[in-house]
Design a protein around this ligand. Sequence first.
Ligand SMILES: [Zn+2]
Length: 195
Amino acid sequence: MKTAAACATLGFFAAIGPCQAASAALVEKAKMALASIQNASFVADREYCGMIGLTEANEFIVSPARRGRTSGCDHRGFADPSITPVASYHTHGAFHPLYDSEVPSVDDIDMDYHNKVFGFVATPGGRFWLVDYRYRSVHQLCGVGCLPQDPTFKEHMAGEIPEHMSRREIAARKKTGGARELRARMLAENGSQED
Ligand SMILES: [Zn+2]
């Protein structure tokens, strides 16, 4: 984890404290929350999600993870109005060769943009992503195996994953690359034997 790089990416913490300490604390909270639910997410093949808020004492608090759907999860805010939501977090369930789940989705970006919160996403491959709602962009905080990984994950099936992507690039990947490319690769490797 490159704290300095994450801090530069986050940048926003001027409003709530010294950038480095605050961003490192938030990233660490998100990473721990995601690490603790990865396995359940693989076994159930469901997304798990929650929120991270800032208390009046300037401490980050993580809401308990909720179990979502195969693709999608209802992020609920905090009942306590004194807690300011600052980030969402969610997993992407189990590994499926035909789902482009190693990258945050356009919907992920739009949700965080709508709620004006940052987002943290864990993938089946164990990638750890930051969604920056301000620029509608995503940034890999760390790569494959950084978080617990689905034992069925096959890295070569996930295709090329850039470290930074814009919303536009993700939308284009969905249309022309991503899943379609993966499917072609899988068919080329396995003939018609899909599992
Ligand atoms: Zn997602």
